[in-house]
Each structure stands twice: as structure tokens, then as C-alpha cells.
Design a protein around this ligand. Structure first.
Ligand code: 5RP
Length: 229
């Protein structure tokens, strides 16, 4: 099964999990990227079964609206039942790197609010140690150089993502050559740099369930019991 087929199969698997849990007042959190897009397209057929969605990007909001799925401001919503999103990397603790689509901050906010986070990814995203994929860091534009110098001190090689402004009006530094042995500590350390809005490590709030598309089919992983809070 090629990568596109794997993305399609995990999107379908997520739809099968989500459908029986939909009720008239259910609000879903919806992520960003090509895998999330496949999920959104499938969700169109279920639009009559639930209330609406909170999107992690303007692009996903637009796609949801095109399918006549109501999109809510997060501040207008008390509860998000499920958050469904892709990832750039995932490890066995279901910790993730996200932000390849520059939507990391809103993704992290929606994930924080959601009762449950289902990650959908093809097998190219599965790694023993996070960090092959350059870690996205969203920074306030005036702090860009300061943040970059601090990231160098932590051992990484930050590169400005040229021509990209996030939905929040900020810039993205992609940190290369930065293997992440301690995701929780690294996430907190980067967030503590003045000028950083958010980084793409999802370690404090990992996925609860990972649907991984493989050549053999979809494999399901649940967050290890030891890390459940
Ligand atoms: C966007 C993300 C995406 O989830 C991530 O980039 C994966 O994208 P795709 O499904 O296209 O492989 O974090 O900010």
C-alpha cells in the first residue's frame, strides 16, 4: 500500500471510530494537512449526525464549510469530544511532532481542549526517536533572531520557513539536526524561550490513540497505561 492509500485507510478507520460516537450536540476538533483533509472529506457524509467542528487552521475551516459542516470559534464551545489530526512524526509513547503545515499552535490548543485525541498517520511517520523531522517552532516575528540563537544553544539548527506566516501572524523556525531524547523536557524548555508562541512537540499532550497506516493495513496503538493521567 503506498503512502496515499495508507493516509486514506487511516482516515476511513477514524471515520469508523467516530461515527458511532456522534450525537446531535457533538463538536469535533479537526486538524490540518493531507491526512486530515481525507478525514474531512469523509466526514461530509456524516454532517447530519453532529453539531459542528472547531478547526485547527483557516484551511481546514474552509474545507469543512465547503462540506456544509458548521465551524465554531473555540471560545463558543464548551466541549470538544474528539480531535482528529495527522502528524509529522510519532513514537511509541504516542508523542508527536506536528506543524509541518504551520498549524501547530492551534492544533495544540484544540488538542488540549479535546476529551480524546486520535492521530491518523501513514507509517513513514513512525520513528524510534523524535527529531528526524525538523521541529517547527512558532515565534513572534520581532523575536525571531533571539529565538533562533536560543535554539542553537539547545543544540539545534533553526531555519526560518521562508514565505510562511501562520494563521496567528507569526513565523516558523524549523529546527534541524535535533534528536529529541526527552520530549517532555524539550517541549517545556523551548516553550520557555521568550518570543516562542508554541513548539510542535506534542509530549505533554500526546495522542490517546494512533491509527497508523501500514502496508499490512491499519494498526491501532493506544497511549501506554503508564502515561495516562
Ligand atoms: C500540520 C500538521 C499535520 O498534521 C502534519 O504536517 C501531517 O500532515 P500530512 O497529513 O499532510 O502528512 O501538523 O501543521
Amino acid at each position: 500500500m503506498d503512502q496515499d492509500s495508507q493516509k486514506r485507510s487511516v482516515a476511513e478507520a477514524a471515520l469508523a471510530i467516530v461515527e458511532p460516537r456522534l450525537e446531535r450536540d457533538t463538536v469535533l476538533g479537526i486538524g490540518t494537512g493531507s491526512t486530515a483533509n481525507l478525514f474531512i472529506d469523509g466526514l461530509a457524509e456524516l454532517a447530519h449526525l453532529f453539531d459542528g467542528a472547531v478547526a485547527s487552521s483557516e484551511a481546514s475551516a474552509e474545507r469543512l464549510r465547503q462540506h456544509q459542516i458548521p465551524v465554531y470559534d473555540l471560545n463558543a464551545v464548551n466541549r470538544i469530544e474528539l480531535y482528529i489530526d495527522g502528524a509529522d512524526e510519532c513514537n511509541e509513547a504516542l508523542q508527536l511532532i506536528k506543524g509541518g503545515g504551520a498549524a501547530l499552535t492551534r492544533e495544540k490548543i484544540v488538542a488540549a481542549v479535546a476529551q480524546e485525541f486520535i492521530c491518523i498517520a501513514d507509517e513513514s511517520k513512525w520513528v524510534p526517536v523524535l527529531g528526524d523531522f525538523p521541529l517547527p517552532v512558532e515565534a513572534i516575528p520581532m523575536a525571531r533572531s533571539h529565538v533562533a540563537r536560543e535554539l542553537v544553544k539547545l543544540g539545534g539548527d533553526p531555519v526560518l520557513r521562508e514565505g510562511v506566516i501562520t494563521d496567528n501572524g507569526n513565523c516558523i523556525l524549523d529546527v534541524h539536526n535535533f534528536p529529541i531524547a526527552e520530549p517532555l523536557a524539550t517541549e517545556a524548555r523551548i516553550n520557555a524561550i521568550v518570543g516562542v508562541v508554541c513548539n510542535g512537540l506534542f509530549a505533554a499532550r500526546p495522542a490517546d490513540q494512533l491509527l497508523l497506516g501500514t502496508a499490512q493495513g491499519v494498526q491501532t496503538f493506544r497511549r501506554p497505561a503508564s502515561s495516562l493521567d
